[in-house]
Write a protein that binds this ligand. Sequence first.
Ligand code: IPD
Ligand code: CA
Length: 256
Amino acid sequence: MLELAEHAVSIANKTLNEFDLSKIEKWAKHGNPRDLVSEVDQAIEERVKEFLTRETPQIPVVGEEFSPDFEHQNKSAWILDPIDGTANFLQGLDHFSISLALINNSTPEVGVILNPTQNLLYKAQKNHGAYLNGSRIEADSPKDLTDSFLCLEWGRSNQSIETGMELMRIFVPRVREYRNYGGAAQTICHVAESKLDIYIDHGLKIWDYAAGWCILNESGGMLEPISINGNEVIIAGGNDSLISAAKHLIKEEISY
Ligand code: IPD
Ligand code: CA
């Protein structure tokens, strides 16, 4: 399945390269001007879905743009984000990627993430390690929040921005460095390769993190969803002690 996923991602990349990036049609989703989608996102999803449906007709394909309904009871499902970090992509910023995972019984089995402009191909298969461009990667983070490099992001609704501000207030003064990159899939890979130590995002959907989850697990890191006042927050960290410290702080300061 890993090879199939890599092939699907190469189809996605080929599709992206067919567009003249200076003339892309884009529009706001659900009337929210912060949430953009483009003809490239849609074309990638169509082509990849067509390929996967032909190769594995028994496995449903969940995709952000056309089939976002994720049935947890599905035994297996492909989970595709045709472009994660669409806002960066449309802005000409490099931090965006194509992200494809295979989930089985709510566990990630395969993850492939490609940043086409930086030529970074991250991949993993359950119990077989995580790789960047063919070389093994490992999460190796400090144990204390005070020594950590944090990326913190939030969704696009007014409510999630408010929660994001709360998280900023409690985390930023307690870590060594803070960043916000705008592309969850690649950001989770940065934890897997020890460029970041912890990533917290309020407002992620399954397609934003499924492939990264597999890659992070296989690198020795971990990802945990928690709920703050009924809203899901994803914490991806290089080790258990960082995740526990983050959960503890949220519980103390916000309550969840
Ligand atoms: C977004 C990015 C961003 C995260 C948002 C996601 P999209 O995905 O991953 O980093 O903070 O919550 O929606 O919309 O560019 O695919
Ligand atoms: Ca997307």
